[in-house]
Design a protein around this ligand. Structure first.
Ligand SMILES: Cc1cc2nc3c(=O)[nH]c(=O)nc-3n(C[C@H](O)[C@H](O)[C@H](O)COP(=O)(O)OP(=O)(O)OC[C@H]3O[C@@H](n4cnc5c(N)ncnc54)[C@H](O)[C@@H]3O)c2cc1C
Length: 493
């Protein structure tokens, strides 16, 4: 017996597909309502305009997706997606360059291919159904106004009157354009303002194919990442996706947008603080013009703080909180939330009062680390602002320390420390893995400026207590592999 009759998911993108997969184990029937028509193959669609731009999955995100869709990377490979194993990764930052063979068998892909592969897996699950080309317009509510009973939807093609779709649990995964705040407001709910970072992020991406004689480049290179200097230069990156297509990006927060004019784009690539990307793309054949994407601000909703939250409603993915795309965390956060949802649905009674809000609170534990890391990174740039109900904790110290940490790891060419830096930024381990007293002391005492920071921090107090006081309380449970890996996922469909 499934716990619920019908689960409904708003939006059929990465978050929605994962949510549908989770619900399929707990609901007799799952309906995914998506405003787009899904393409027959791995192609772009209007509802996910970000999909032309590079999308990387973190090891954590990959492990979760693999748990729900076993061996999904094989499907990516069969569509021409390459492995990164042993190819060269070249990371250039303001303190030097780290070059190494890539140690893992991770598959690189375009976002369209990833979504297609997951969608095809979801299609094979008997109790999941898609309602395509339908807009969700609002939420339906019980007479007591305390339970969501479904949604009102409209067929985009016929444009006939909206009709009700009944469900016991509705999950909003409609992304950063979600109307959830408005829908709840229309029902009389008081929704707190979100935290907002006005990052004014600009992306430009161009794709190239390898002409005859240059195919070896795809065998050699995993990625080249050239860091930007806040207030001065763009960040650039070069890597490969399926079928020997190379993609190059320029990125910057702070409202100075990278060009989409082809000549200007390549001029800016040649001005990056390392010439390597410019050298690599010379002689490649552009197959698209540079395409731009702008993110005026990032937001973190605080639905978990609402005095009354209606039963039968959840939200996950970008609709709850979205992130600076350059850190590649968005899909991983959606996957971590989906995994948590599975755990909660498995262990708890869904009819218990406050069940949904307790899940929203737990999702915030996932969001906390990623949001804080994003804020620490982007608030370095002049012109990036922050508005939140609570001041951000420890950002100034976090920025100084992360810089000194990166400098220390790069100058020492220490891949273990450097890897840990990326493991934190890609949510594989807790920020405490680098923000612990032992590591902080080692890094700070290695330079006069760091020692100065350490002296001011300690000032007669225990470093452990000081760090606990100034930094957010990152949930350790979310990062405890023991706890999350014990999750046993059923594969009955
Ligand atoms: C330029 C850029 C690059 C990025 N790179 C990365 C990366 O490298 N790695 C990474 O992990 N993340 C990356 N991200 C973030 C990633 O795209 C998102 O985190 C991820 O797509 C979130 O998925 P989602 O399902 O929550 O929302 P979305 O992917 O935004 O999907 C929302 C879905 O809801 C549908 N929809 C919206 N409104 C309605 C409605 N009213 N009714 C019905 N359907 C509706 C839309 O059509 C869409 O299908 C990047 C983002 C950008 C902007």
């Amino acid at each position: 017996m499934k716990k619920l009759e019908t689960g409904l998911v708003i939006g059929g993108s990465i978050g929605g597909l994962l949510a549908a997969r989770i619900l399929s184990d707990f609901c007799s029937k799952v309906l995914v309502v998506e405003k787009d028509a899904f393409p027959d193959g791995p192609e772009h669609r209007q509802g996910t305009p970000q999909a032309f731009h590079p999308h990387r999955i973190t090891p954590r995100g990959k492990a979760i997706i693999d748990r729900f869709f076993p061996d999904y990377e094989q499907d990516l490979v069969s569509l021409g997606a390459p492995s990164s194993l042993n190819k060269i990764i070249h990371q250039h930052n303001q303190f030097g360059t780290m070059v190494s063979p890539y140690p893992r068998n991770d598959i690189k892909f375009s976002r369209a291919v990833l979504e297609y592969v997951i969608r095809e897996r979801v299609r094979k699950i008997d109790n999941i159904h898609f309602l395509q080309k339908h807009d969700v317009l609002s939420l339906s509510v019980s007479p007591e106004n305390d339970r969501i009973t479904g949604v009102m939807a409209r067929d985009r093609e016929t444009d006939l009157s909206p009709f009700p779709v009944v469900a016991e649990l509705v999950i909003d995964t409609s992304g950063r354009t979600s109307k959830l705040t408005k829908w709840l407001g229309d029902l009389g709910y008081n929704v707190p303002l979100p935290d907002k970072m006005t990052a004014n992020i600009g992306y430009s991406t161009r794709r190239y194919k390898l002409p005859p004689g240059k195919e070896h480049l795809a065998e050699k290179w995993e990625a080249v990442n050239v860091g930007g200097t806040p207030g001065k230069t763009f960040l650039g990156a070069f890597s490969f996706i399926e079928n020997q297509v190379a993609e190059t990006i320029l990125y910057r927060p702070d409202g100075v947008f990278p060009p989409s004019d082809p000549v200007e784009f390549e001029k800016e690539i040649s001005r990056l603080s390392s010439p390597l990307i410019s050298e690599l793309i010379s002689g490649l054949e552009p197959i698209t013009p540079p395409k731009s994407f702008r993110v005026p601000y990032l937001f973190r909703q605080h639905f978990e703080q609402m005095k009354n939250w209606p039963a039968g409603l959840l939200v996950l993915g970008d609709a709850y909180c979205n992130f600076d795309p350059i850190f590649g965390q968005g899909m991983t956060v959606a996957a971590m939330e989906a995994e948590l949802l599975y755990k909660e649905l498995e262990r708890n009674d869904t009819s218990e009062t406050g069940f949904e809000q307790s899940i929203l609170k737990k999702f915030q534990h996932v969001i906390e680390a990623a949001w804080w890391l994003n804020c620490a990174a982007d608030l370095r740039w002049d012109g990036v602002g922050y508005e939140g109900s609570q001041p951000l904790k420890g950002i100034e110290f976090g920025q100084t320390y992360m810089d000194l940490y990166l400098k220390y790891a790069t100058e020492k060419q220490d891949w273990k420390l450097y890897g840990l830096y990326w493991a934190v930024n890609t949510l594989s381990v807790s920020p405490r893995a680098i923000f612990n007293p032992e590591m902080v002391r080692t890094v700070l005492s290695s330079s006069p400026s760091g020692q100065n920071v350490l002296d001011k921090l300690e000032n007669g107090h225990s470093l452990e207590n000081v760090l606990r006081d100034i930094l957010p309380d990152f949930s350790e449970e979310i990062f405890d592999p023991e706890k999350m890996n014990k999750l046993e996922v059923r594969h009955e469909n």
